[in-house]
Each structure stands twice: as structure tokens, then as C-alpha cells.
Write a protein that binds this ligand. Structure first.
Ligand SMILES: [Zn+2]
Length: 506
């Protein structure tokens, strides 16, 4: 097989076919379930997509191999390896490799990456990545001359143009579904979206827009503990009517209120940004902790997670820093964020204190590893990282246990706050986004907001207030942007950007 040389055209077509067969099952599964394949137009669109995908991918491979055999082979090996991994994630978690998913990949730390490792993943990489790569590296390719190169390239482009015009009736459909189609076409999903991610990231890295100064309205001591949840969906909280008792403590705690709420996005970085900003825009405004810290509020940020906009305050504490003063087996979980919190509030020299706890308790896929064993109330649980391998019951049990643990954490924060008799205090819990647990064959989160199922954006918004501090307005539905204005109101801070309509307190 490797002894004989092969023409560059033939080699490119073979690789185009391999790329098509190995990596495009999810792509065509999407096409078949979203197009009427019994109509003439549907059939035309499907045939055109198949032929175009084969021809255009082969042509791009041909182009790079013509520029340089080494460059072409290097890029081919790289794309086959990454495509193999991508298709594994698409098939296993039902994700779409769009720009925000690329952002998630670049923001995932090594511990999290390890939790995705599985035997099936290795199998994908070996079969669809390494084996084709051996063929690519060993092949002896005979290049075309310049004249042939231009003739063939011209013909391919002409053919693509004709196909585009023949399919004019389907343009609207393609445009409407471009996000999903683009996110499933390999290797374009990750290469184009990686480029877009870095272009947009560079634009975003500009400085945050400062807000006008704020002032204290009074000198009453007040503290808000804002708990940012991870992948918590309201459906599985018994406070929201869930059948299983996942809130054994909060449901019995006086002064606890819950509201229907939606997140502005289905992934961490955007969700957390919305929780911290005074309004949802494409720009980066001064976020709540930076703003309050600059205006003399004592702000403490404790995190066991990642993905927030840049926080510039002196009291930024990661779980590694907190671990030095934490003893016992529970320090490996979000409990670490609560450890010594009361003492830290009491040590504050400001009348106004904001604590932000960025938790990670319901983060998948290994839900069963996110809580101490004694919180394993619902059994049996899913222990596999391939969520599709677990029964639905095991998966939901594991997830529900993370909610039970969240219930415990929020309750213990409230117990701490109750002891601070000199303070008006409040605890606000809001999740960054929801989570899919196998509904519509989707797992985890990150589906583009325009087509996301409600499980990925219906989030819990739970508020506790200390006796004689404040009462709550009867709100029907909240967004993450309510947090900013409500915290300002509770702490007694006046600001030109404050919006009374976005405040939940009376
Ligand atoms: Zn998240």
C-alpha cells in the first residue's frame, strides 16, 4: 500500500472521503432530522451537501499539499487527531463545537480535562486519528504541475458555485441552521471557531468601562453573600416543586424565598458576567466586586471555579489559598468556600461587606465526585464520565445529590450569617446556567441560546434575608442582572446606574 506512489488528486479525494465517513455522522444526523428528506428540495440539499463536503474538503487538502507536502501532511494529521476528539465529544455529550464551546475548552483546567478521560475516547483517537495519520505520513504523493493545479482548482470553484445556485431554495434553511451545521462540520467547526474565539477575545480584553462613583446611604452594618452556582437547574430543586426532597434544609428555613429565573447564556463565562454586571451588553462594564471595592465596600471573592471576568480586588482567594486554613476531608469540596467565612466578615473594617462564593458543585460530567459521600442520599449513582452509558436514574441520582449538597452549603452559610447580630444580612444564590441530563439526548450545557432547551437556562434564584432587615417584592420572573441592583439596594448604596425596577428588595 505504501510502496507505490499516489497522485495528489487521488490522495486528496481518499482523505476527503475518510474525513466525510469518520467525522460527519452527527452532521448528517442533524441534517436528516431538520430537513424534509422526502421532498425534492430536501433530497437536493442533502445530495448537494454530501458532494460539496467531499469535493471542497478534498480541494482544501489538495491546496495545502500542493503548497508543501510537509505542511499539508502536518495539517492533515493535526486535523484528523482533533476531529477524532471532537466527534467523540459530539457523540458522547451532544455538544456543538461552536465559538463558546471553544472558549470552554480553552478555559478548562487540567483537573477538569482529566475527568473526561475514558476508554471510548482512546478508541476514537486511535481509530479515527492515529491510524489515518499513519497512512497520511507514509503516503508517497506525486504533485501536479502548476497548470494542472490551476485548471483543477478553477473547476472545483466553478462546480461549487453551480451547486450553490442550484440550491438557492435552501439558502434560507442553511442560514437559519448555520450555527449547528458549522459546529458539526469537521475540521471547520474548531478551526474557524478557534480563530473567531481569539479575535473576539482580543477585542474583549480591552479595559472594563468604569461606572460612575457610588456612595453609602447610611452606616448600618450590612453583608451580602452572593453564591454563584455551577450548572444548577431549578427543575431539580424541591423548592421549585421537584418530587424528590433535594432541599431538606432550605425548605424548613424561615425567610428563604425562591424565584423563577433564566440565565442569559448556557455557558459559564457569559453566565457569570451577567450575574456581575448591571446590564447585559456585549461590552465589559465594571463588574460588581470591582465596582463596590473601588467605592469602599469590603469585597471578598472566594472561588473553587473559573471563568469570571477579571476581578481586581485585594481579597481574591482561590481554593488552593483557602486550603491552607482548612482541615478535614470536606475541604476537597465547595465546603472550603464557607470555612472561616464568619470570622472573615467579623474582621472587616467596612460597614458594608460583599462576599462572592463561586462554587462548582453541580459541574459535570462526574457529578458523583462533587460531594462528600454522606450526601449520597439518592442511589445508585452514575460514576462514568460517559453519561450516555449510565441509566437515566443513576445520572439523575448523582446530579440530585449535588443539589442536596448545595442545599447543605447554602443552609450553613445562613446559619453563619444568623450569628452576626450586628449586621443586616442576606444570602443570594444564582446559578450561571442550567444543565441537560439526557433530555433530547443532550448532556451538560453550552447549546447556543437560540436553540437551547429550557433545562440549560432555567436556573434557581434563591434569597434569604435576616430578621428585620428587608422583605422581598413579589417578582414573577428574574434574570441574572437583578443581582447587581439588589445587592446595591441591600447594602444601602446609591449609584447613578442603580435601577429600582431591577431590585428585588422592598
Ligand atoms: Zn458553568
Amino acid at each position: 500500500m505504501f510502496k507505490n506512489s499516489i497522485s495528489i488528486t487521488r490522495f486528496s479525494l481518499i482523505l476527503g472521503a475518510m474525513n466525510f465517513i469518520f467525522f460527519h455522522y452527527p452532521f448528517f444526523k442533524f441534517v436528516f432530522s431538520n430537513l424534509d428528506y422526502k421532498s425534492f428540495n430536501g433530497v437536493l440539499a442533502i445530495v448537494s451537501l454530501i458532494v460539496l463536503m467531499l469535493v471542497l474538503n478534498a480541494w482544501v487538502f489538495y491546496l495545502f499539499l500542493s503548497i508543501s507536502k510537509y505542511l499539508g501532511k502536518f495539517l492533515l494529521v493535526l486535523t484528523f487527531m482533533i476531529s477524532a476528539l471532537s466527534v467523540y465529544f459530539v457523540n458522547t455529550y451532544g455538544v456543538i463545537i461552536d465559538e463558546s464551546m471553544i472558549g470552554n475548552v480553552f478555559n478548562t483546567d487540567q483537573n477538569e480535562a482529566g475527568s473526561f478521560f475514558s476508554f471510548k475516547m482512546v478508541l476514537y483517537v486511535v481509530l479515527f486519528g492515529i491510524l489515518p495519520s499513519i497512512y497520511i505520513i507514509k503516503a508517497k504523493i506525486v504533485n501536479d504541475g502548476v497548470k494542472r493545479f490551476f485548471t483543477k482548482s478553477g473547476l472545483v470553484l466553478l462546480f461549487a458555485l453551480i451547486m450553490a445556485f442550484v440550491n438557492a431554495a435552501n439558502w434560507l434553511w442553511i442560514d437559519k441552521n448555520s450555527k449547528s451545521l458549522g459546529g458539526l462540520a469537521m475540521p471547520w467547526s474548531y478551526s474557524v471557531n478557534t480563530a473567531l474565539f481569539f479575535i473576539h477575545d482580543a477585542q474583549k480584553n480591552k479595559k472594563e468601562i468604569l461606572l460612575p462613583d457610588a456612595t453609602f446611604k447610611d452606616h448600618k452594618k450590612a453583608v451580602v453573600v452572593l453564591v454563584i452556582g455551577e450548572s444548577a437547574r431549578s427543575e431539580n430543586f424541591s423548592l421549585y416543586g421537584y418530587q424528590k426532597n433535594t432541599n431538606p434544609l432550605l425548605s424548613k428555613t424561615p425567610n428563604v424565598f425562591h424565584f423563577n429565573a433564566t440565565s442569559c447564556a448556557t455557558y459559564t463565562t457569559a453566565g457569570v458576567k451577567c450575574i456581575l454586571e448591571h446590564k447585559d451588553t456585549g461590552d465589559l462594564y465594571e463588574i460588581l466586586p470591582n465596582y463596590l471595592n473601588r467605592n469602599k465596600v469590603d469585597v471578598i471573592w472566594r472561588t473553587n471555579n473559573w471563568g469570571e471576568p477579571p476581578v481586581h480586588i485585594p481579597n481574591y482567594q482561590t481554593s488552593e489559598m483557602l486550603a491552607k486554613n482548612c482541615k478535614g476531608p470536606d475541604c476537597g469540596y465547595d465546603q472550603i468556600l464557607v470555612n472561616g467565612l464568619k470570622e472573615q466578615i467579623l474582621a472587616s473594617k467596612s460597614d458594608k461587606v460583599l462576599i462572592v462564593l463561586h462554587t462548582s458543585t453541580s459541574h459535570g460530567p462526574t457529578y458523583s465526585k462533587k460531594y462528600p459521600k454522606r450526601f449520597e442520599v439518592f442511589k445508585p449513582v452514575c460514576n462514568s464520565v460517559e453519561l450516555g452509558n449510565c441509566s437515566r436514574e443513576e445520572l439523575i441520582n448523582a446530579y440530585d445529590n449535588t443539589v442536596v449538597y448545595t442545599d447543605f452549603l447554602l443552609h450553613s452559610i445562613i446559619q453563619d450569617l444568623k450569628q452576626l447580630k450586628d449586621y443586616d444580612s442576606s444570602m443570594i444564590f444564582v446559578s450561571d446556567h442550567g444543565e441537560s441530563l439526557g433530555e433530547k439526548n443532550l448532556y451538560m450545557h453550552g447549546v447556543p441560546m437560540s436553540i437551547a432547551p429550557k433545562e440549560q437556562y432555567e436556573i434557581p434564584f434563591i434569597v434569604w434575608v435576616s430578621d428585620h432587615s428587608k422583605t422581598l417584592k413579589p417578582e414573577k420572573s428574574l434574570t441574572q442582572n437583578n443581582v447587581f441592583h439588589s445587592v446595591l439596594n441591600f447594602l444601602g448604596i446609591s449609584s447613578p446606574v442603580y435601577d429600582e425596577n431591577m431590585n428585588i428588595f422592598r
